[in-house]
Design a protein around this ligand. Structure first.
Ligand SMILES: C[S@@+](CC[C@H](N)C(=O)[O-])C[C@H]1O[C@@H](n2cnc3c(N)ncnc32)[C@H](O)[C@@H]1O
Length: 286
């Protein structure tokens, strides 16, 4: 029988051979899932033998990950802004950089959007996927009325399940951007419209990492160098949002400036960097 440390080393070696980008980390996460034990417990008892049932479970998980199934799909969960979200092939795995979009919205609200009045702010997350942004904002802004929308019914099913599991009162509606009349009515009184829509240029399709290829194609790419969907939303938001409302978008460092330059009439248009220092977020007030 192998020890825990040996099992980890073997799993990491198998993942390395398969080209998995963070094999050591993923091997620990898989060992945690297979054993039901935390990483610290596993480390503290590293010399003890791995029970056969755990070893068999681990082997299955390692092979799945070695086939470049995203770690979050293998585990069935992704962590986002302190929340544990269920994810599967119906939704984009929420990315760590999107947590920064949540932070930027919270900071803007703290800086005075609440001046809009005593009524609870209406917050809209367009293209909600797993519900990540909407749920993180609701967890922080408990008195806000938060809505998530998506064109994909499959994604909305995942988002509704996450809201129910987390006990967060977020409403979810199907709409192509703001086209649905109920969604447009929400936008007309929204204090914030946040969105992380598909923004990769179509030319990225060929060089996609296998993990990203597991995301729904409708969640990744947009025409017009990645801007087609976000630019359409910005046009609709201009016609719909009340004065002073915040538009907060995540885009690609290669195209975010391009959309900022197209915005006309908006106030306080500015770009914000992600944690790697690349311009990724566009903020503007209607
Ligand atoms: C990049 S994913 C982001 C998901 C989630 N906001 C996140 O940050 O993890 C983009 C999402 O936008 C949705 N979407 C694409 N086109 C849309 C449209 N025209 N209207 C509404 N949602 C759309 C996709 O179905 C997908 O769930």
């Amino acid at each position: 029988m192998r020890s825990i440390l040996q099992a980890h080393a073997e799993a990491a070696a198998r993942l390395t051979a398969a080209g998995v980008p963070s094999p050591e980390h993923d091997a620990w996460r898989l060992l945690e899932a297979a054993s039901g034990l935390s990483r610290s417990t596993l480390l503290l008892t590293g010399a003890s033998a791995v029970p056969e049932a755990t070893a068999a479970r681990l082997a299955g998980l390692v092979e799945e990950r070695a086939a470049r199934v995203p770690l979050q799909h293998v585990l069935g969960v992704a962590h986002f802004y302190g929340l544990e979200l269920a994810v599967d092939a119906r939704v984009l795995v929420p990315r760590p950089e999107t947590e920064r979009l949540v932070e930027l919205v919270l900071r803007e609200l703290a800086d005075g959007l609440a001046d809009a009045g005593p009524a609870p702010a209406t917050v809209l997350d367009v293209g909600t996927g797993s519900g990540a942004i909407a749920l993180a904002l609701k967890a922080e802004l408990t008195s806000a009325e938060v809505w998530g929308t998506d064109v994909s019914e499959d994604a909305l099913a995942v988002a509704r399940g996450n809201a129910a599991r987390l006990g967060l009162a977020v409403g979810f509606l199907r709409s192509d951007l703001l086209a649905d009349e109920e969604v447009a009515a929400l936008a007309r009184r929204a204090a914030v419209l946040a969105a992380n829509l598909p923004y990769l240029p179509e030319s990225d399709r060929v060089a996609l990492q296998p993990e990203a290829a597991a995301d729904p194609p409708g969640a990744l790419f947009a025409a017009d160098g990645g801007l087609a969907i976000a630019a359409r939303l910005a046009d609709q938001a201009w016609l719909t949002l009340p004065r002073g409302a915040l538009l907060a978008l995540e885009l690609d460092p290669r195209n975010v400036r391009g959309l900022a330059e197209r915005l006309s009439g908006w106030e306080g248009v500015r770009l914000e960097p992600d944690l790697a220092g690349r311009e990724r977020f566009l903020l503007a007030r209607r």
